[in-house]
Ligand binder design. Structure first.
Ligand code: FAD
Length: 592
């Protein structure tokens, strides 16, 4: 196959169907002096995925279209099968484009549950992977390329990574394996952000399938199973101990003044049994059917109070369900006071006269909503995220119990819609021994302002996910440890959510406060590679490149490997130049 035989799709992506075609594309980029990047299911920020040009305004999660460019953006929707290569060792070689589960936003509509890796492993072989993230929409190569991880210090998908088949920047295939005499190349490649070549195939060492049994409790801080800010007691473990001891867990913290609560989700493995009947975890409290639409409308309005015309598409999109949302607001009108009345009027107007009329009604009310927000937010939270002790028919503090197949139940956010409540993130990973110190830094930061508006600005209006991950020897993993350092017992992860429909770029208007707070308090930390990172410009005026370089022992080794595997810099976009301070590297040039 010659490079010119592969044509670009109408969607702006190249869609190779074999490794041979992938190699031809890499050769084309190298020969023509173009950038090449591969997308997975685009759950990372866009600039971490696509070729240049990618601007900060376009740097969103779930951006399905590639930039308008001659550079090569590749999608692997036609390269997603797998094969068992060693039955006894449970070794499975997966093509890079296979999704872990179904990707509901796949623009080609070819991702299904049935062609996903996890489903087939479970259904056909009784095998699975050791841990999964909160969703399984991702492709295997996208998940691994950013070092994604579930909430467990006991298990990790890293233990399933066995070998990689890569295509370097000149189109040569190379392979790395756990069995190599030196572990270096494997540990460099196993998290490489697309910078050490295109992943063609990943070999996983699977484990026998397991089921899980767990519970979730929504409580006040004092009633939580975990001592969130202290060093624990006989009755309640410290947060660090809890993260270390529980097999799988994640906490969702709502720190907003007046609404303070914590959701503790936890589970452990149980053996698969004949006749097992799952009882699925229910993510959206008292109103599962309408919650997401109502939350989506609420967030869109409060996130765009300076320009409410931005709320129009969201209201239009949810028009069919507005009646249900209106009923909910009518039911809660008393609790919500003036805001309840405003919402009921606006929704009634939308239903009677259309969305434009509703927006016209809403615009002059924006200052009132702004003024009321710190008081109404806790009430809204109480409606959608009720404390267990307030739920109908529940005993005080009675948690939700669930049991499920591991591959289906571990991704606890699988029910959340990518489109109704699109969520973006930054994610801090720090040594687990700092958990108590950092929880107190954050809590003080949230509670210290006298002004309730300032307090809400600091917490934001969305949740903070808290979880952990074990240590690893994968060089660029944010939980990398050499075994003797402060990272050796694993990491505590802080993941503040950002509603993607809010006005503004969170890397400018929300996340800097957190990044700066921890840096000022001399907390060592690293950031998830697929989520928001500080905006860096040439010359590193804010010292972010220097800061992160100081956090990664293998930073220079990784960059040396990058230069060796991609001598023409065809994978090195501006975004990645900025992350690593590689401004002096030449742009790709045509090679014969
Ligand atoms: C709703 C949501 C929930 C999430 N939950 C979690 C979670 O629980 N835990 C967690 O750690 N993270 C989580 N993430 C982050 C997510 O796991 C990462 O962003 C992951 O990288 C996305 O995988 P993807 O298939 O979408 O890859 P993409 O985002 O499309 O790509 C990720 C990177 O991999 C590169 N890449 C992809 N394929 C190849 C290839 N074949 N060769 C070379 N490079 C390649 C891309 O260029 C890019 O740099 C979540 C994100 C969202 C939006």
């Amino acid at each position: 196959m010659t490079p010119n035989e592969i044509t670009i799709g109408a969607d702006g992506f190249y869609h190779p169907a074999s490794e041979e075609e992938l190699i031809a594309l890499v050769k084309k980029a190298n020969q023509e002096g173009l950038l090449l990047r591969v997308r997975g299911s685009v759950h990372s920020v866009a600039c971490a995925i696509y070729t240049d040009p990618c601007t900060e305004d376009e740097n969103h999660v779930e951006k399905q279209t590639p930039p308008d460019t001659d550079n090569l953006n590749v999608m692997l929707d036609q390269y997603r099968t797998f094969r068992v290569v060693d039955q006894e060792q449970m070794l499975v070689e997966a093509d890079a484009g296979i999704n872990l589960g179904i990707d509901p936003s796949d623009p080609t509509h070819t991702s299904t549950l049935e062609n996903s890796l996890l489903y087939q492993l479970w259904n056909d072989y009784g095998w699975t992977l050791s841990d999964l993230g909160g969703i399984t929409h991702q492709t295997v190569s996208g998940f691994v390329s950013t070092g994604s991880s579930g909430g467990s210090l006991t298990y990790s998908i890293n233990e399933n990574l066995y070998a990689f088949r890569m295509i370097d920047g000149e189109g040569n295939v190379y392979e790395v394996s756990r069995e190599d005499t030196s572990p270096d190349e494997f540990n460099a490649v196993a998290l490489s952000m697309g910078l050490l070549g295109v992943i063609s195939k990943i070999t996983f060492k699977c484990i026998p399938t397991f089921n899980i049994s767990g519970q979730e409790a929504i409580t006040t801080y004092d009633e939580a199973l975990v001592d969130l800010f202290g060093n624990g007691s006989a009755e309640r473990p410290s947060f660090e101990t809890f993260l270390t001891d529980v097999e799988y867990t994640r906490l969702v913290w709502w720190p907003q003044r007046g609404g303070e609560r914590i959701i503790v989700w936890q589970c452990q493995r149980i053996a698969p049994q004949y006749g097992f009947r799952p009882v699925h975890y229910q993510e959206f409290g008292n109103y599962p059917e309408i919650s997401e639409v109502a939350i989506s409308i609420f967030y869109t309005i409060i996130g765009n109070l300076d320009d409410l015309s931005a709320a129009k598409p969201k209201l239009e999109e949810s028009f069919d369900q507005l009646e249900g949302v209106l009923q909910l607001f009518l039911e809660k009108k008393e609790d919500l006071g003036e805001f309840g009345k405003i919402m009921a009027d606006v929704l009634t107007k939308a239903l009677e006269f259309g969305v434009d009329a509703a927006i016209t009604l809403l615009i002059p009310l924006a200052p009132i909503i702004k003024a009321l927000l710190p008081d109404i937010f806790p009430i809204v939270l109480g409606i959608f995220m009720p404390l267990d002790s307030t739920k109908k028919g529940m005993q005080k503090g009675e948690p939700q119990s669930f049991r499920d197949y591991g591959w289906h139940g571990l991704p606890m956010d699988g029910q959340a819609s990518d489109t109704l409540v699109p969520t973006e993130f930054t994610e801090i990973w720090l040594p687990i021994g700092r958990t108590e110190e950092v929880m107190n830094i954050l809590n003080n930061y949230f509670t210290e302002p006298k002004s309730k508006h300032e307090a809400l600005r600091r917490t934001g209006t969305y949740a903070w996910e808290l979880y952990g991950a074990g240590p690893t020897d994968i060089w660029m993993s944010p939980s990398y440890s050499n075994g003797n350092d402060e990272w050796k017992d694993g990491v505590f992860r802080i993941d503040p959510y950002w509603f993607a429909g809010n006005a503004g770029n969170p890397a400018e208007v929300f996340y800097p406060q957190l990044w700066d707070l921890l840096r000022q308090n001399n907390i060592p930390y690293r950031l998830h590679w697929g989520k928001y990172q500080p905006i860096v410009t040439e010359g590193d005026p804010d010292g972010w490149v220097a800061f992160f370089k100081s956090q990664y022992e293998k930073w220079d080794d990784f960059l040396a490997k990058r230069a060796e595997k991609d001598p023409n810099n065809i994978f090195l976009t501006d975004y990645w130049r900025n992350r690593f301070g590689l401004w002096d590297m030449p742009k790709p040039s045509p090679k014969s």
